[in-house]
Design a protein around this ligand. Structure first.
Ligand code: ADP
Length: 248
């Protein structure tokens, strides 16, 4: 087993845009249940890496495995979502006119194009999951609130809840605490820590106080490959990391 039991396994992945190597022989892996933070200066390749994992961008070379058996390069973007890789972009995208409950319920529907507010029945297992997700995302007291009236942070939690309803094995999150208040950031850290172990997470972030609260291992990307990896203290003390953050 080349993936050594890893949930996500990238080896020597490269992609160029018009001759420019955005990802350059990137190798990285994530263990099941791990919460990995990825940092790196602008243009390091963080978004492109997530695009490759989710099938939005096809690499020119390399290996991308999900678990030990699934070659992600043989799957399309919708198939990869179906396999259990959930992605959250930076901006929250919730249905503002619907309640918190309806948003979570709707996330189970595959035919979202059909009248969004149309009622459909969820089974009892899904109802149990919905109740559990509500607690996880700190919105159990806001079930009937219209999503449009939630704070920015609450909208972000709701969107994470919508992903959790799909029971993903791997979650990719892009700057989840950007724009949040300090209190929301602390509560988001609690939320992420409660997911650790049950889900595998890859979190791209810039907020070091948040990273310090949640992460075991931090990966530093630069020029499309891994510059350094270790605890936050280790990477922050690394001369090469200091140079790319201060020297550019
Ligand atoms: P990050 O998310 O770390 O800021 P990106 O993955 O967005 O970095 O970008 C990595 C590099 O690839 C940047 O130099 C960016 O300009 C370039 N790039 C990303 N996507 C494209 C694209 N579709 N076409 C051309 N260049 C791109």
């Amino acid at each position: 087993d080349v993936t050594h039991g890893r949930i996500l396994y990238l080896e020597d992945v490269s992609v160029s845009f018009d001759g420019f190597k955005a990802i350059d022989r990137l190798s990285l892996d994530i263990a099941p249940g791990e919460l990995r933070c990825v940092i790196g200066p602008n243009g390091a390749g963080k978004t492109t890496m997530m695009d490759i994992i989710t099938g939005k961008t096809r690499p020119d070379a390399g290996t991308v495995y999900f678990g030990s058996t699934i070659d992600l390069l043989r799957h399309t973007e919708p198939q990869i979502a179906e396999l259990g890789i959930g992605r959250k972009f930076q901006k929250p995208t919730v249905y503002e006119q619907l309640t918190v409950y309806e948003n979570l319920e709707l996330s189970l529907r595959t035919d979202k194009g059909v009248a969004a507010s149309m009622r459909f029945r969820i089974d009892s297992a899904q109802a149990d999951r919905l109740a559990e997700v509500l607690h996880t995302i700190h919105l159990a007291d806001a079930v009937t609130r219209q999503a449009g009236t939630l704070s920015h942070g609450q909208k972000q939690w709701l969107e994470i809840g919508m992903l959790l309803m799909q029971q993903p094995r791997l979650l990719l999150l892009d700057e989840p605490v950007a724009g949040m208040t300090d209190e929301e950031t602390v509560r988001t850290a609690e939320l992420f820590l409660s997911l650790k172990g049950r889900h595998s997470l890859m979190v791209v972030e810039h907020d070091m106080s948040f990273i310090r609260r949640i992460s075991d291992i931090v990966t530093v990307l630069c020029d499309g490959s891994v510059l350094a990896q270790g605890t936050l203290d280790e990477v922050q003390a690394d001369e090469r990391v200091i140079e790319v953050y201060l020297g550019r």
